[in-house]
Design a protein around this ligand. Structure first.
Ligand code: TRP
Length: 384
């Protein structure tokens, strides 16, 4: 990530960074990378869920690309928080960002299957389709009409200096960068603004995208107010996850593309095999030191999350047992914690028709909301 995300330097009289506005985080956790410096007036000031005093006063929008099965890093990083928000009574819109899949790959490989599997993982993790609106991007055409007017509100220069886009381009395996890659932060702004979400759970790396959504909302409201002067869009805030970043079995960030992840839907035997092959070190005494011993500490953290206890306590308990004892503890903790979720997942997986119905119902609700927002947008813009 190089270069600041200064979208509107002329509007930014009081520079502030995400780092100074973020809440102090709690243990257990691994250190996360430095957040990108956001300096404009639109830089989000992240809040944490603990600060939500009236859950019913908010609408949350979250989303994922359907590129493959969810793993434990996803689960502890964000999915568990969504279910917690849901149970506190916050209204949730959960987006399967199927169009985003073709930003950095040429083919939308097995898209319907991945989309349904993502819904399966959501439901297994506890999202309730009666309370949450779960829908796919491509099923909501009004979203793309909003995108069109939003694209007129950002400059090409702003798009090309978005640090997250730059980073994705750097890691993309495509020979040429396509247009969708540059415009997807604005697409994402449409995802957030179509349902007038005011809270967006994000990781640090997604903060620049939220900044784009806030810029788009502000410029739209300035340019096209209602006749009475009121604004069409709320300015969404970032809801930072307090969860630790889970490391993969090689001690790096857990990611399906790195082949170091434990899938949510893995069997108990597969889980044991994956953990058994995890990279550790030769120091027999187990400790929790994410910087110097990432492999061992990643495993300790995983057991800690599953047991709901501090990683230091887990490390202390395994003590001189070495990597073999640690791996046994981790395998048991993971399998025990995920047993009910996996049983629910297996039941749900047997009924693909139900998964498709969840997506159809979600699309119907999302379309009604998107159509209403589009009608409002057309009115303030003076379209026929
Ligand atoms: N970019 C997100 C991801 O890669 C998915 C996403 C699409 C999203 N639209 C969004 C996230 C809107 C938050 C808000 O997983």
């Amino acid at each position: 990530m190089d270069g600041p995300a200064a979208f509107l330097p002329q509007d930014g009289p009081s520079p502030r960074t995400a780092a100074t506005t973020a809440e102090p985080r709690e243990n257990p956790r691994c250190p996360s990378p430095e957040p990108p410096a956001l300096t404009s007036a639109d830089a989000p000031a992240p809040i944490t869920a603990a600060r939500i005093t009236d859950p019913t006063a908010h609408r949350v929008l979250t989303g994922d690309r359907p590129t493959g099965p969810l793993h434990l890093g996803h689960y502890f990083g964000t999915r568990r928080n969504r279910v917690r928000l849901q149970s506190r009574g916050v209204e949730m819109f959960v987006l399967v960002a199927d169009y985003q899949v073709i930003t950095d790959r040429d083919l939308a490989d097995r898209l319907a299957e991945h989309t349904e599997n993502l819904v399966l993982d959501y439901l297994a993790a506890g999202l309730d389709p009666e309370r949450a609106t779960i829908f796919a991007h491509s099923a909501v055409p009004a979203l793309n009409q909003l995108l069109l007017s939003f694209l007129s509100l950002v400059s090409v220069a702003e798009l090309s200096r978005n640090p997250t886009v730059k980073d994705e381009i750097a890691h993309s395996s495509q020979a040429a960068v396509n247009g969708l890659m540059f415009t997807y932060p604005v697409h994402q702004a449409a995802d957030i603004l179509f349902c007038k979400a005011d809270l967006v759970p994000v990781g640090q790396d997604q903060l620049p995208h939220l900044e784009v959504a806030r810029t788009v909302a502000r410029r739209f409201n300035e340019r096209y107010p209602h006749a009475d002067g009121s604004a069409v869009f709320p300015r969404p805030e970032a809801l930072l996850s307090e969860a630790p970043m889970l490391l993969g079995t090689d001690g790096g960030k857990m990611s399906k593309s790195r082949g170091n992840a434990i899938p949510l839907g893995a069997t108990e035997d597969e889980t044991a095999r994956i953990i058994c092959g995890a990279r550790t070190d030769t120091d027999r005494r187990i400790g929790y030191d994410p910087v110097r011993r990432p492999g061992v500490s990643g495993l300790v953290l995983l057991a800690a999350l599953c047991q709901g206890r501090a990683p230091e306590t887990i490390a202390e308990e395994v003590g001189d047992g070495g990597a073999a004892a640690l791996k046994r503890t981790v395998t048991e903790s993971v399998n025990e914690y995920f047993r009910p979720l996996r049983a629910r997942r297996a039941e749900l997986a047997a009924d693909r028709g139900h998964l498709r119905q969840v997506l159809r119902d979600g699309a119907e609700r999302a379309n009604a909301v998107a159509d209403a927002t589009l009608a409002e947008v057309r009115e303030v813009m003076g379209a026929v």
